[in-house]
Design a protein around this ligand. Structure first.
Ligand code: ATP
Length: 478
């Protein structure tokens, strides 16, 4: 801690701040412990499931402590969302990134230049942290003993073994080298042991003053399911039948129906996300669904910003015609809508962690929700094919192949609980609870039959490949 910086020893205040500023009545398990460790000035590493509430672990200390907290995040949309939410709560927050208007950026930089910023949380990209002009401002704040904490969100991006490795994250070591006493908190939902160690070593977290919190990645309220398919068959009708069945069950259940009517909710508003790989698929699948009476909209990086923002906003509001988002991974980490009842992967995604993150958009209100993966061996081969062709991302090929291998094994496995496969991947020893919340626990024999009937055999796939009967269909990721 910079000499003379007085940390408010306000542990007694944290419940009050939670209620007054964040309008929450109680902490979730372990949130309090993380916050107490942060307030004590320790370095903190937090690994917790999607939807756990990691943001509060640095936002609440930032409100209590003296000085400014710099939050480093790779996700522009997430930064903007969090800053807006904090401002609504009357917490002085801002963001400097590539999209920040010039005047707003100048205002925030001038605030830093005073050495005594009024801003409590400043969200920036790792690239911004490498800019000399910005660093100069931070030095001024540090010298005035007003740099309270550095928070590194989505910390797995630091590691070449992480699924979203970003070389600019490695430069964040600069903070420890230049401001050795300023505590660092880093947070992620997806870290294997290797990724965790990388985060700790690369950021230079203090071996003596470090508190590590690793919570289970298990999400008990999520029902995981793999549905087998092949190129021969279009799975659209099967999916549509399932979704219409969900609508029907809502309206046939008298109690549920009365509840929904009382709350002013529509019977056919089952909110969900379908992830596809290609932009073109987003458009065509959303159009097909609309044609069949489902309120579906596409979302991908190729759409104009105003269209994306409107789609997101109207989906969050549960407006008619905006029940299902058909998205590429442009719509991913950080989406925080509480009542998403299903997440579907239309094809195999490119990493295990990406799958877990995206599935984690479901059920953030703690209520039962379903995560369906459509898997075919042809898709599997195409995924490997794309990976080997992707010249942009050669840096951590070995890690990415390992992650895809694990995801393929997850899909091919009909002998194990899905929750167990996920927690094992992230290095957890304990067997997670699963009360029929996966296809294997629900009906293992049926699952085996589905695999046998639904997948093309390995021999068929390799013959087709040799005969040049299927091409990769690759037209670029988002
Ligand atoms: N103590 C709490 N009580 C009630 N709601 C909470 C509490 N803490 C956090 N939340 C809410 O939980 C939701 C998820 O929080 P947050 O976005 O921080 O999750 P996360 O851990 O970062 O998840 P992800 O890694 O999936 O993005 C938010 O809507 C947040 O307001």
């Amino acid at each position: 801690m910079p000499q003379g910086l007085q940390r408010t020893n306000s542990c007694v205040d944290i419940d009050f701040t939670l209620r007054r500023k964040f309008k929450r009545t109680a902490f979730r398990p372990l949130q309090r412990d993380v916050i107490v460790a942060a307030l004590a000035g320790d370095d903190v590493f937090v690994q917790a499931a999607t939807g756990f509430g990691k943001s509060l672990c640095f936002q609440l200390p930032a409100v209590i402590d003296h000085g400014i907290t710099i939050v480093i995040s790779p996700l522009l949309a997430l930064m903007t969302d969090q800053v807006n939410a904090l401002r609504v709560a009357d917490i002085a927050a801002g963001t400097i990134n590539g999209n920040t208007p010039y005047e707003e950026k100048q205002r925030l930089l001038q605030d830093l230049a005073t050495g005594h910023p009024l801003t409590r949380l400043l969200y920036v990209t790792p690239e911004q942290c490498a800019a000399e002009g910005f660093r100069k401002h931070l030095r001024v704040v540090y010298e005035q003993k007003e740099l309270a904490r550095i928070a590194v969100d989505e910390a797995h991006c630091i590691s070449e073994w992480g699924h979203d490795f970003r070389p600019s994250f490695k430069e964040l070591r600069w903070f420890r080298d230049n401001f050795p006493e300023v505590p660092i908190i880093c947070l992620t939902a997806t870290a294997t042991e290797q990724v965790r160690n990388d985060c700790i070593n690369i950021l230079g977290l203090s071996p003596t003053n470090l508190k590590v919190f690793t919570m289970s990645t298990s999400r008990k309220n999520l029902h995981y399911e793999v549905r087998f398919k092949s190129d021969e068959e279009d799975h659209f009708d099967e999916f549509l039948g399932w979704l219409k069945g969900a609508h029907r069950r809502r309206s046939e259940n008298v109690v549920r129906r009365a509840e929904l009517v009382k709350e002013g909710k529509r019977l056919d508003n089952v909110s969900g996300i379908i992830y596809t790989i290609f932009r073109q698929d987003c458009e065509t699948l959303a159009a097909r669904l609309r044609h069949c009476g489902i309120g579906a909209k596409p979302y991908h990086a190729g759409l104009p910003n105003n269209e994306k923002n409107e789609t997101l906003q109207r989906w969050v509001n549960n407006d008619i015609g905006y029940d299902v988002i058909v998205a590429t991974t442009a719509f991913g980490m950080g989406i925080d809508k509480e009542d998403v009842r299903f997440v579907v992967h239309w094809q195999l995604p490119k990493s295990f962690e990406g799958f877990y993150q995206e599935a984690g958009r479901a059920g953030r209100d703690g209520k039962a929700s379903i995560c369906i993966m459509y898997y075919s061996r042809e898709d599997r081969d195409r995924a490997y094919n794309r990976m080997s062709k992707d010249s942009k991302e050669k840096s951590n090929l070995e890690a990415r192949v390992k992650s895809l291998n694990a995801l393929v094994a997850y899909c091919e496995d009909v002998e194990t609980c899905r929750h167990r496969i996920i927690t094992k991947y992230f290095g957890e020893k304990e067997i997670p609870e699963c009360e029929y919340a996966c296809d294997w626990h629900k009906d293992a024999a049926k699952l085996k039959r589905a695999k046998q009937n639904g997948l093309q055999s390995e021999e068929w796939v390799s013959t087709q490949r040799e005969m040049g009967r299927y091409d990769s269909g690759y037209d670029g990721y988002d």
